[in-house]
Design a protein around this ligand. Structure first.
Ligand code: GLA
Length: 344
């Protein structure tokens, strides 16, 4: 009897630092207590079959997986892309369960990729960083969107009770303890997918700005004065100021200065709304609603924008509508697979 493997991979919320990862900037996500679980066993037939509690249509992939782009249902593209990245030839039959809302900007797709990669053997001899990079390549192949590495890094490197400071250039991770006396509340606003959104357009704008001023991750606001196109200038200004807000935010969280942390989160939302133009009227209204709630330190959209969720940093119990998320450890091979990815 082949041994059953079980893997869990958490979703994430990003406290601050959005649309910074693909220019090698900074972000401060936490892995949350909503997750994807993949269970399954190897089988002889060269077929990868997965059922999902989120879609009545299973993913069924002939191995080795070849072209990914036209596979249906759409979530099966991610499955095929992960199998292709791993060069997986041995079959597998299993299931996917999710407590993460799908298409809510909490990285359900990122968590699916990570859980699946570990279940299909990526854990053997690969570091968490290597798995994150593999999953990022698969995500890009599956969607055609040049997404950054935030979601995969958060899912793999989360730490209970902590946010993690990601440097997306050096690919380093630094835990930042979450202060007692505040909670992170998520409020769902609307469904969205990054595929088909203007995300790629924002990546292109950053590349165009960098062709003029050099890497945005090391640029200052003054360095941007040579950008004559007002749209490129605004996009670049968001990235440069957001990296700065992450630095300041980390200091504020470490000092337990919740007022300062909240102010920075709200300023991040304003920048994403006005300079980066990835918010929506519904996200803005949800943020305004949270900011007018007593006990809220700050609020913002989280993730790519264009819909999804907003988050608030708030006094415990202050926000009634939404759900409190807790920071958990990164992805784990619960049984089967390699001990390296087992929780201590
Ligand atoms: C999506 C992408 C990430 C990141 C965020 C915005 O979640 O997958 O790589 O760019 O948007 O911060």
């Amino acid at each position: 009897m082949p041994q059953q493997v079980e893997v869990r991979a958490p979703g994430r919320v990003n406290l601050i630092g959005d649309h910074t990862d693909y220019t090698g900037g900074l972000a401060l996500p936490l892995a949350i207590d909503r997750q994807i679980v993949v269970r399954g066993v190897d089988r002889d037939e060269a077929l990868l079959t997965l059922t999902s509690d989120q879609d009545p249509v299973p993913a069924s992939i002939n191995l080795p997986a070849a072209s990914v782009a036209s596979i249906e249902p759409k979530w099966a593209r991610r499955v095929a892309a992960i199998a292709a990245e791993l060069g997986r030839e041995r079959g597998f039959i299993g299931s996917v369960e999710s407590t993460l809302p799908i298409g809510a900007g909490l990285s359900s797709s990122g968590a699916l990729g990570v859980a699946l990669a570990l279940a299909l053997g990526a854990d053997a001899g690969r570091s968490r960083l290597e798995v994150a990079l593999l999953c990022q390549r698969a995500q890009q192949a599956a969607t055609g969107v040049p997404a950054g590495i935030l979601d995969e890094m958060a899912s793999l490197h989360g730490l209970a009770g902590h946010a993690v400071l990601l440097d997306c250039h050096d690919l380093t991770v630094e835990p930042v303890p979450l202060p007692a006396g505040a909670e992170v509340v998520v409020r769902y606003v609307s469904h969205r997918t990054v595929a088909g959104s203007p995300y790629s357009d924002r990546v292109a704008a950053c590349r165009a700005a960098e062709a003029v001023v050099g890497p945005l991750r090391v640029a200052s606001i003054e360095d941007l004065s040579s950008l004559t196109d007002p749209v490129l200038l605004a996009r670049a200004r968001h990235v440069v100021s957001e990296n700065d807000r992450v630095r300041q935010g980390v200091a504020a969280f470490r000092a337990g200065d919740l007022d300062a942390a909240g102010r920075l989160m709200t300023a991040s939302h304003v920048s994403l709304r006005d300079d980066y133009e990835v918010s929506t009227p519904d996200l803005d209204a949800a943020v305004e609603g949270l900011l007018s709630t007593p006990g809220v330190y700050g609020a913002r959209l989280t993730g790519a924008g264009f819909g999804g969720c907003v988050i608030a940093l708030a006094e415990p119990g202050a926000v009634k509508e939404g759900w409190v998320v807790h920071a958990v450890d990164g992805a784990e091979v619960v049984s089967g697979g390699s001990n390296y990815y087992r929780a201590p």
